[in-house]
Ligand binder design. Structure first.
Ligand code: ATP
Length: 347
């Protein structure tokens, strides 16, 4: 049985649909991110799991038990917010021990578990410090220790790293992942940052307009996006226009590709810039003309136009000549790197 199951979860605010019939199964110990643009419903989903927002329709099953009518403080969940939400008048140790005190855990066990949680998040020696005398990263560690000390059934993280600067955020991402792996707590992260979702997650749930667009491992949603929305939300991509003959063949400008599953008529194909290569001399390919080239240190970024649409491609700065603006090029790619996009919710 999956650890957490969301079944047809729905929520509207007045006339605004925030989450529409969301289904998701999360396995024990999994790290799952809800990823999407502002307003796509990810926070509302997390808040329904936490119990802070009432569910209109659907179930939230934790180990098979429906949480919908269980009070938030009885769900046994650990939650970390973007704003840390620490108690300013309490020391680090008091902040962390608070949840244990509320649960009536005796003093000796409180102390042991608080010290363990502080060690887990790298805060040994900070017990008597007050939050205002700590950096953002340290405060977020306190918030994480406070969520974990109760040994929650689920860890819910709502944009926990977005107040930190870029370098610290990256450090905290790998630490957070390590901590989560070491304790194995099933974790749901809300983020609008695709890099963060890809770095941390076992699976990513890409959301748009209150619905799930795609669920999959990071390399799957990045490399095999199901829709134009997913392709464009997870980094740079090329969406090329072609025509399918309905019998497994797609024409893209000067290129003919074997691609199963497309009905006859116009189709859209996504291919990442780093997966486009120059075709070998004499080989078939997609003819294009370079519009611009920009040097980026480790690589060049080229834009080009083709009969299948505008393109961006990357060339590693490996000493080989790079075509100039106006030059004709022929591009190729492995059919496995191209994704047939689903019709619908683009942009
Ligand atoms: N308390 C509320 N009252 C009215 N509408 C709300 C409320 N909370 C959220 N909404 C609306 O529901 C939709 C989903 O909001 P939600 O906060 O879940 O999205 P989000 O993806 O988490 O966005 P963000 O990253 O900006 O927090 C939005 O259209 C939002 O305006």
């Amino acid at each position: 049985m999956s650890h957490l199951v969301l079944n047809g979860l729905s929520k509207s605010y007045g006339g605004v649909t925030a989450v529409q019939s969301l289904d998701l199964a999360v396995e024990r110990g999994e790290f799952v991110s809800l990823l999407g643009p502002s307003g796509c419903g990810k926070t509302t989903t997390l808040q329904m799991i936490a119990g802070f927002v009432a569910v209109d329709r659907g179930n939230i099953l934790l180990d098979g038990n429906d949480l919908v009518s269980v009070a938030p403080n009885k769900r046994g969940l650990g939650i970390v917010f973007q704003s840390y939400a620490l108690f300013p008048h309490m020391t680090v140790a008091q902040n962390i021990a608070f949840g244990l005190e509320m649960r009536g855990i005796d003093k000796a066990e409180r102390e042991t578990r608080t010290l363990e949680a502080m060690a887990l998040v790298g805060l040994k020696g900070f017990a008597d410090r007050y939050p205002r005398r700590m950096s953002g990263g340290q405060q977020q560690r306190v918030a994480l220790a406070r969520a974990l000390v109760i040994k929650p059934a689920l860890l819910l993280l709502d944009e926990p790293l977005s107040n930190l600067d870029a370098k610290l955020r990256e450090e905290m991402q790998s630490e957070l992942r390590q901590i989560q792996r070491s304790i194995g707590t099933t974790t749901i992260l809300v983020t609008h940052d695709q890099h963060e979702a890809m770095a941390l997650s076992d699976r990513i749930v890409v959301m748009n307009h209150g619905r799930v667009e795609q669920v999959g491992a990071p390399d799957t949603v990045y490399g095999r996006p199901a829709s134009a929305f997913v392709a464009s939300f997870l980094g740079k991509t090329n969406v090329l226009r072609g025509t399918s003959d309905g019998h497994g063949k797609v024409s893209l400008g000067s290129l003919s590709l074997a691609m199963a599953g497309a009905a006859s008529g116009p189709v859209q194909i996504a291919i990442r810039p780093e997966r486009l290569a120059f075709a070998a001399v004499g080989a078939a390919g997609l003819d294009a003309r370079v519009l611009s080239r920009v040097f980026q240190g480790t690589h060049w970024l080229l834009t080009a136009e083709s009969a299948a649409g505008a393109l961006t491609l990357m060339r590693h700065n490996d000493g080989h000549p790079v075509p100039a603006e106006g030059e004709a090029i022929r591009l190729s790619f492995a059919p496995a790197d191209a994704s047939l996009l689903r019709e619908g919710a683009a942009g």
